[in-house]
Design a protein around this ligand. Structure first.
Ligand SMILES: NC(=O)c1ccc[n+]([C@@H]2O[C@H](COP(=O)([O-])OP(=O)(O)OC[C@H]3O[C@@H](n4cnc5c(N)ncnc54)[C@H](O)[C@@H]3O)[C@@H](O)[C@H]2O)c1
Length: 317
């Protein structure tokens, strides 16, 4: 499947970044959202993201207009009818997703894949009333999709193999790194890992074990540096020295057990913990006094540096 024209339905944070990625890779794109105001914000967001790419010499200045020219926008869903791939990135609410997928499948052709960007809603529920549920699938990106390579691909009971294979190939053609998640659990795989870390971070912060500044440093100056190029198993394997994973599990077995026995079991975050975290976060030097757009630029700049180093983006030299 090499779609000529792609519909990005829902043009907020994620939909705008998807639209940019598809346009950068040569696809015509139509973005859809509920109002002209939202679509104007999306255009401004895309322009800002392009500017960061130009500054970093990922694309030339002369490429900006041709990329922007590939993206049109509409508030009329009927205008995505000639698209041959749909990436849905609307509000994370099941009623919205069900309604939208139902409408979309009546607008586009019967064989057009409809992929949802949902961060954790079950595709089985989204596709249950569809006429052609076999073309519905989850393609879960990471923010921002035009930079972070990973996508999780999750099928529902009714999703066809051809749909899964086609979207897998399409994602690879965009330079993404797709991972199939074989069982549908809330949050798929990646957000379960992120939430496990966030829960323990929040619990330790609430208990005063470590503050927000310490937590950010623990990840960015320690654990996260290794995680930029290897996962938890290889990390543990190397921590086990020449004895590898076997030695790691033996040597650190008692410690691992005592940590596991004392990890947080929160099923939601208490209000006072959320307030404490937000207050401490606001006073971090990197955040203090900065607007959202400035933080996005800072994040994207750092991501670009890492992605270049890892060979995911063209480098200056
Ligand atoms: N933000 C993230 O880090 C992230 C990461 C991966 C996946 N996602 C997923 O992407 C999707 C979008 O998240 P977001 O962060 O971009 O949210 P967002 O709030 O920035 O954007 C959602 C957009 O959906 C639009 N919308 C609302 N109702 C709609 C409808 N009926 N039809 C079409 N559009 C409608 C809104 O106007 C808004 O522009 C969600 O499913 C979310 O779980 C988000």
């Amino acid at each position: 499947m090499t779609p000529r024209k792609v519909a990005c339905v829902g043009s907020g944070t994620i939909g705008s970044s998807w639209a940019l990625l598809f346009a950068l890779k040569g696809h015509d794109v139509v973005t859809y959202d509920v109002s002209d105001d939202v679509l104007s914000r999306s255009t401004a967001l895309i322009s800002n993201m392009l500017e960061t790419m130009v500054v970093n010499e990922i694309i030339g200045k002369d490429q900006v207009k041709p990329v922007l020219d590939k993206i049109s926008s509409t508030t009329r869903l009927a205008e995505v009818s000639d698209c041959d791939y749909v990436q849905e990135s609307a509000l994370e609410r099941m009623d919205v997703k069900i309604d939208l997928l139902g409408k979309l499948e009546r607008v586009v052709g019967d064989h057009v894949a409809i992929a949802s960007s949902t961060s954790g809603l079950p595709i089985a529920t989204m596709q249950k009333d569809m006429i052609h549920p076999e073309r519905a699938v989850i393609v879960h990106p990471f923010n921002p999709p035009h930079l972070v390579p990973l996508v999780e691909i999750v099928r529902g009971e009714k999703t066809s193999q051809i749909t899964v294979d086609d979207v897998f190939a399409l994602m690879e053609s965009l330079g993404k790194i797709p991972v199939r998640v074989n069982k549908q659990l809330p949050g798929f795989a990646a957000n379960r890992l992120q939430t496990a870390i966030l829960r323990e971070s929040m619990a330790m912060l609430a208990e005063g074990v470590v503050d927000a500044d310490g937590l950010e440093k623990i990840m960015s100056a320690g654990i996260g540096l290794r995680w930029a190029f290897m996962g938890p198993l290889l990390t543990a394997n190397l921590a086990g020295g020449p004895g590898g994973l076997d030695y790691y599990f033996d040597h650190f077995g008692p410690l691992t057990q005592s940590i596991c026995e004392t990890l947080s079991a929160w099923t939601s975050f208490p209000e006072d913990a959320k307030k404490k975290a937000a207050g401490q976060l606001r006073s971090l030097p990197v955040v203090r006094g900065k607007q959202y757009a400035e933080l996005v630029k800072w994040r994207d700049q750092n991501l670009i540096n890492i992605l270049k180093e890892r060979g995911y983006l063209p480098s200056r030299d």
